[in-house]
Design a protein around this ligand. Structure first.
Ligand SMILES: [Zn+2]
Ligand SMILES: [Zn+2]
Length: 390
């Protein structure tokens, strides 16, 4: 089969690889109908996350048709159309029983690697380093789905691939980020980053009752999509001082909650940017947490900073003084996608949201290398690419 594989920094290639087999009785094989590139795939593409190996199949946002099931798969049948959650979860451990699916204890065979970096390991993920399990990803014609009854949700025929594909990651990720803000009536929520997760965080903040949402970015097309499709206001951080502008917009209080939907590769303007890039390149700092610093600084006293953006390691100059003295709450985590599957499929079916608004590019799987370049460089106003295996 064809699969999009990682070969090093800025090097992905679509190559022929063996088709996956059922390895365990709770596995299913899914024939992929649509798959997407995630912003977090760009961290791998940029060579910033350790424990990738040449030939690893990328991709953790995918859906398709069940073509084979192991003997202990109970809920799924051959022919079912499904979306698959990006964390692989057993459904029965301490964490899964509490619906903290991205923290599953049983699905990362390389947990010892993650423990060295984090103290404990999160769940195994598709197509996202050997430290997180070394599982083959979904930018391929077929994928093996472990614990398929837990990780896949059946999709009714009347919904299109593009309406439901993002249940795999970024819609629940944006939604959980907004839910983590504990939104009260009248609240103002600021969102750093008008990328795909930022867009869903903005839309979700309104779905959860926010009165006002402010998106922060520098690309006019991304801010335009946010205003048009989510109802957010936007500010361009290249043409204003973010802190001053947010204070002006909130009567000096600051936003009630701040969402960092940027993560480890923040664009940092000017001299500070060169300094941050150099430190990251020399491994003196794992991430460039510029958006996070701003979010902590701007958040109103007693407010919440919610972090769906991906961070990898150890970072400097996080303003803990502001965090402590302003009594802020931090909420974060890889998304517990399976917890949100049912409710968010309901939101889509009921017409509360049509997640397909973020799709700007559709390409065949063979064009994955071109798609990564488009997405990385934000060429041709690219916000989200859907890849279709032939
Ligand atoms: Zn993702
Ligand atoms: Zn589990």
């Amino acid at each position: 089969m064809k699969a999009n594989c990682w070969y090093g920094k800025r090097d992905v290639q679509v190559v022929d690889v063996p088709e996956p087999d059922i390895l365990n009785s709770r596995d299913a094989i899914v024939k992929v109908s649509s798959t997407a590139i995630c912003g977090s795939d760009l961290h791998l593409y940029n060579g910033l996350v350790p424990t990738m190996e040449k030939g690893d199949i990328l991709g953790h946002e995918f859906m398709g048709e069940v073509v084979e099931t192991g003997s202990d798969v109970k809920k799924l049948r051959t022919g079912d159309r499904v979306v698959v959650a990006f964390p692989i979860s057993c459904g029965s451990c301490f964490f899964c029983r509490r619906e903290l699916f991205s923290l599953c204890e049983n699905t990362n065979p390389n947990a010892w690697m993650a423990q060295k970096l984090f103290g404990h390991s999160p769940a195994g993920l598709y197509g996202y380093t050997h430290m997180l399990g070394g599982f083959a990803g979904g930018q391929a014609e077929y994928v093996r789905v472990p614990f398929a009854d837990i990780g896949a949700i059946k999709i009714p025929e009347h919904l299109s691939d593009e309406q439901v594909l993002f249940l795999s990651d970024i819609f629940p990720t944006g939604y959980m980020a907004a839910e983590n803000c504990n939104i009260q009536p009248g609240d103002t929520i600021a969102v750093w980053g008008c990328g795909p997760v930022g867009q869903f965080a903005m839309k979700s903040a309104f779905l959860l009752g926010a009165e006002r949402v402010i998106g922060i970015d520098r690309f006019p097309y991304r801010m335009h999509i946010a205003r048009k499709n989510t109802g957010a206001e936007t500010i361009n951080y290249e043409s204003c001082d973010v802190y001053e502008t947010l204070m002006d917009m909130t009567g000096g209080l600051g936003p009630d909650a701040c969402i960092d939907a940027v993560g480890m590769e923040a664009h940092v303007p000017g001299m500070m940017g060169a300094y941050a890039r150099a430190k990251q390149a020399m491994m003196l700092e794992s991430d460039r947490p510029h958006a996070l610093r701003q979010a902590i600084f701007a958040c109103r006293k007693g407010g919440t900073v919610s972090i769906p953006g991906v961070y990898g390691g150890f970072d400097d100059k996080i303003p803990l003084g502001a965090l402590m003295n302003k009594a802020l709450t931090f909420k974060t985590g890889q998304t517990h996608v399976q917890h949100y599957f049912g409710p968010l499929l309901g939101r889509i079916s009921d017409g509360d949201i049509d997640p397909s608004f973020i799709v700007t590019h559709r390409l065949p799987l063979e064009d994955a290398p071109k798609a990564f370049e488009l997405f990385l460089n934000k060429q041709d106003d690219c916000l989200k690419v859907v890849l279709k295996p032939q």
